[in-house]
Design a protein around this ligand. Sequence first.
Ligand code: MSP
Length: 648
Amino acid sequence: MCETCRGKYYITTPIYYPSAKLHIGHSYCTVATDAMARYKRLQGYDVLFLTGTDEHGQKIEDKAREAGVTPQQYVDNIVIGEGGVLDLWKLMNISYDRFIRTTDDYHVAAIQKIFKKMYDNGDIYKGTYKGKYCKPCESFWTESQLVDGKCPDCGREVQDAEEEAYFFRLSKYAGRVRDLLVNTDYLEPRSRVNEMVNNFIDPGLEDLCVSRTSFTWGVPVDFDPGHVVYVWIDALFNYMTALGFENDKYHDLDKFWPADVHFVGKEIVRFHSIIWPAMLMSLNLPLPKKVYGHGWLNFNGEKMSKSRGNVVDPYVLAQRFGVDALRFFLLRTFPFGSDGNFTNELLISTINTDLANDLGNLVSRTVAMAQKYFGEKLPLTQTADPEKDAELIAMASALRGKYETQMEAFAFQNALSEIFKVISRANKYIDENTPWVLAKTEEGKPRLARVLYNLLETIRICGGLLSPFMPDTAAQIARRLGGAAMDWDSLGRFGVLSADAATVAGAPLFPRIDVEKELSALEELSKPAAPQEDPLPEKLPEIAFDDFARVEMTVVKVLTCEKVKKSEKLLKFTLNDGTKEPRTILSGIAKYYEPEQLVGKTLVAVTNLAPRKMMGQLSCGMLLSAERGDKLHLVMLDDGVPAGSRLV
Ligand code: MSP
């Protein structure tokens, strides 16, 4: 441990499923964790902030198959590919110290050892699983856990499933886990404890299926080929393998375990507050100090998903509003423990009110006045006026303490409210002290210098305490105050700024947004892109009527139609063309029609084309079809038109 550090602090986010690109809801937890990690660093803690990706499971295997790539290629694209998870965290200025992928070799090998240990100690045993399975959640459920016959987590359909599987003796730990939840503050907010106890523990904890044989994209059980370990043991133990548990890649376990806090979304609280401690108990390992289950961000009242378009795309939002404004909005607007409703109106009004009006104006006005009236240096001769300055100074001096209380409770919204109370007070202080009037007379100048100093000092404290939320803005504020000190100690004291500090003017920190204009721009962005019309085919050169008249086009009826073996493209037709002998035509349209759709249909064929061999079979003619882009329609006539009729 370093001499000057206040101690260690280990904080984690859930590791994300790279089954699709992330939306702004996913950034919520990571931004909150980042703010907490930065706050702890600011306080002087030696912080390890872990995030990563949870890359195994059937969902990934299925998606990769659909995309025609290997599961590893699939996850690589979403995690390390352009615009992927790593890029997103870079964009959002996420200061993680370590990133774990559950496909990392060291993690896979460690999971195999952990599985074997639990098998050897008797907490993992082999059995047969019969139950209801929710594929998207990769969860087995008992009948009694279903809600209206559907998955209790996501509300989707479940399927009957039965297979040989390994089980973890979760039931054995029910009493100890219940005790942990009820009698300690392991899980917060407290409301989540009741949910876990009433909905899961008290109805009876069943043993947990921890291996599968029906897919392969997981961690192989090395002593029983065919079984793979997925989500439970694989994902949860990331918090420890990333420190070096059962591997030699890292050596931070003694220093950082147990975790100080796991931040998790509310739907995975069950995994972290029941399954995770039970597994740790099984291996006699120390439990994390706390799990905090935050709420969900909905979008206009509905569940957020990337399919809602650009408006929930963090790249689009960051480009339009700036990363700091977006980070600020997420934590200023919604209480962390509850659900929140993200709307564009709220986003814009928060930026306009708090950032452009209150914070931005305070900084611009104060710095501009300091420069205009005094240039580089404030001639500080007067002391503070007890009557006029006491309240502002008291508020700014007490701010760090109030902020700390809220931050320690993960009440980010309240911590920010405390800062903005001081910012509002400072704006009011300008109006009360009318610096522009003081500036008019020489006698007013000493007082004016003191007023501006008090303002700059208040800005320094507020800016520094905002740094975990808006790191770039805080750095910008420090620059404007001439490189003001923003370390933890200085943020707890009023009067640190030197009167010599050379203020630096600059563009508004947050330009005001035109609400109507921005809302309609966002509205436009949220519209699905108009389908692109396929270009018209190129025009052909003119031909003489005689040339056209030489083409024999005949009405034909489909007698039989079947796929041609070993060919993905061809359908083989036998057709009644009005003659006694059926005509055979092969046509490359298998991708557009199922053979049974076409039997009995009345089509048009060119019947005087020279016969052609295709896949070893003779095709006598060609069926007419209309093509545009990647669509194709056979020319079909009314069934009343007799076979053998000629098209003229
Ligand atoms: N892979 C698991 C976690 C395993 S941790 C050992 C998982 N991944 S996830 O990608 O589906 O979700 C990651 C986190 O994003 C979860 O905490 C989830 O709650 C959070 N969110 C996803 N959508 C969200 C919102 N719309 N709002 C807030 N958080 C959301 O779960």
